[in-house]
Ligand binder design. Sequence first.
Ligand SMILES: [Fe+2]
Length: 175
Amino acid sequence: MDTLTLKTDELTIEKDQINKIGLDNEKSRELANHLNNLLANYSVFYQNVRGYHWNVQGDHFFTLHEKFEELYDDLFEKIDEIAERVLTLGFHPDHNFTKYLGISEIPESHEVKNGSKAVEEILSAFKAILQKQRTILNLSDLADDEGTNALMSDYITEQEKLVWMYTSFLKEPEI
Ligand SMILES: [Fe+2]
């Protein structure tokens, strides 16, 4: 009888370790923490890019003003997807800028008017989020979390291409 009770307890414990979408709870918690950190970085990055869009001046104004709008629209969509992935995993996305600024590796930018400087800051932000996304990609692999894995994989592919394009913008053309 005692053995039976013990077995039932073990089953209960095991059941609690799996969340509503069938993933290990602890691994999901770790992923949600990393996603919240990514969310903080995206949120600061998003607001920085709005500033580049507003403040950029000079020869490339029309091109960059439009490109930066394209970029912040895309970041805005991804911010929502990241936050909703945290919820899907069973946790809560952070939504306060105080929290974001406390953990974001991407710093706030301050009134950047020079287009090349804005692009340099964008490239450095991409470098930071690409590294974070690769870490999450590896963790989601280990957790069998296909949803997070697919999201990170898409972001990485898209943003690596953007890095190439923004880098080309900064280069002097070879003659
Ligand atoms: Fe605008």
